[in-house]
Design a protein around this ligand. Structure first.
Ligand SMILES: [Fe+2]
Ligand SMILES: [Fe+2]
Length: 178
């Protein structure tokens, strides 16, 4: 038999439901990261304190890296980076925009609310990257798993940093605003 076993296996893998789901979820988070990039700019502009503005600016830079990493992950599994509209992240981002509309400019209440909105974004990303990294490991895409885990770690760190900013700088003053 001269059939190339490796390529037969690869074809089987590409037809598997799990592989298809993996690609579809990658397209979803690729769309989400691009939408988040835009949202972070608006949130940075709208924030009251320098601490929060800086945190949003730092995460904007990280988000650019997340997009590049996803493009690498697509490449590693022979797929082209493609976006699939994601209703969940659109809803979470819309909530952030509503926070900006419904809070007073320059208030600490705005920052307290923006932090919660931003953490909802991070939690969506953490759930997605956590799941995708595990799937990548299961399917033997070790290099892809490593990239997804690196982004997962940055999302978790950002989430923690936002909690710290809320506790150290913002929530107490927001409470005093009445
Ligand atoms: Fe991200
Ligand atoms: Fe993030």
């Amino acid at each position: 038999m001269t059939v190339d076993n490796a390529s037969v296996k690869e074809d089987e893998m590409k037809n598997s439901s799990l592989h298809k789901f993996f690609i579809s979820a990658l397209k979803d988070i690729y769309y989400a990261e691009n939408a988040i990039l835009e949202a972070l700019e608006k949130m940075q502009d709208a924030a009251t304190t320098d601490e929060l503005k800086d945190a949003f600016e730092d995460h904007h830079l990280q988000t650019q890296k997340h997009i590049k990493r996803l493009e690498k992950v697509f490449g590693l599994i022979d797929e082209k980076p493609e976006k699939k509209e994601c209703e969940a992240i659109k809803g979470i981002i819309k909530e952030g925009e509503e926070v900006i509309k419904s809070t007073e400019e320059g208030s600490m209440t705005r920052d307290a609310a923006l932090i919660i909105a931003a953490q909802k974004v991070e939690h969506y990303e953490i759930a997605t990257y956590g799941g995708l990294a595990q799937l990548a490991i299961t399917m033997g895409h070790d290099k892809a798993a490593e990239l997804l885990e690196r982004t997962l770690q940055e999302e978790e760190d950002t989430d923690e940093e936002l909690t710290e900013i809320a506790e150290n700088f913002i929530n107490f003053d927001a409470e005093k605003e009445g």
